[in-house]
Design a protein around this ligand. Sequence first.
Ligand SMILES: Nc1nc2c(ncn2[C@@H]2O[C@H](COP(=O)(O)OP(=O)(O)OP(=O)(O)O)[C@@H](O)[C@H]2O)c(=O)[nH]1
Ligand SMILES: [Mg+2]
Ligand SMILES: [Zn+2]
Length: 318
Amino acid sequence: METNIQRGRVIAVYGNYYRLLTEKEEVLAQLSGKLFAQTKDGIGLPAVGDWVEFQLLDYQKGMIQQIEPRKSKFSRKIAGSQSDEQLIASNIDYLFVVTSLNDEFNLRRLERYFAAKQTNVEIVVVLTKADCCSNLDYYLVPLYELTTNIIVTGFGTNEGIKKIADYLKFGKTGAFVGSSGVGKSTLVNRLLQTEKMLVADIRLEDSKGRHTTTHRELISLPTGGYIIDTPGMREFQLFENSELDSTFQDIIELSATCRFNDCRHESENGCAVKAAIQSGELAESRLLNYVKLQRELAFQERRRKQKERLKNKRKNTR
Ligand SMILES: Nc1nc2c(ncn2[C@@H]2O[C@H](COP(=O)(O)OP(=O)(O)OP(=O)(O)O)[C@@H](O)[C@H]2O)c(=O)[nH]1
Ligand SMILES: [Mg+2]
Ligand SMILES: [Zn+2]
């Protein structure tokens, strides 16, 4: 008989250990053998943001029995050559894509985040370091084409921080994602009004961050909401096609008016996409990014199918 079953939320993962937050305390837990076996097909291991049921064993120690179904998630393809999914945060309402108002800003990378957007998650772009930027419009004008969910922050003003806090009302969860050094942990500290998270200067040589944050962590906020801080991403590849087409709706609409149905928008006659590039209506880099993302997803789809076939083969020969 299992007694003392409680509900908790994964706030950090350390190897095989999971730090859980309950209403009363923090608990360090491991997976039950049964759950570990189940995680091998389907749901995967618990991720930061997951709600779990666990058995309280001992003083602040526990055994996780079950992962509650995820309402939403944000994942990418794991870094490197494999095509598996890496869950970055689960049960989030808002994905705050953080980017700074300097050379780090990259519209093509932002498009990638929008293309990877997953169900039940709203994306908000947070532009940091406004205090060091004298040409805000240079960044804002092209960004408006992609989204109007934009928050501008910087040292010397609390306005942006207040807007972020407004999203993270009681029970709501957000995650900060973006490159190293853009100021994700600084935002967490400002939301908390304490220096909880370690932050570090970016490198002088190339203005890149130092990968200061090394673990994903969920933090409770005074508003009753939660924020997940994540390490800066070096590489961010799409895991599955969810919002690719809606992110590039303009190109899809243009393609529909190309003379040939199978137009590759390269050198075909009557190509509406090329015409839009020539007239300045569409940025060529946007088209190239779309094609690149499509290829990336097609490649992973092939890898996944290959893997699936191998798995079935093994099953059948067992
Ligand atoms: N001027 C200015 N500097 C900022 C701002 N926000 C953050 N910084 C600085 O940027 C540097 C990097 O900040 P972090 O918060 O460590 O960046 P991070 O995104 O958490 O980086 P990783 O943990 O490596 O992913 C620090 O020196 C911060 O003080 C801002 O709004 N204005
Ligand atoms: Mg950090
Ligand atoms: Zn075309």
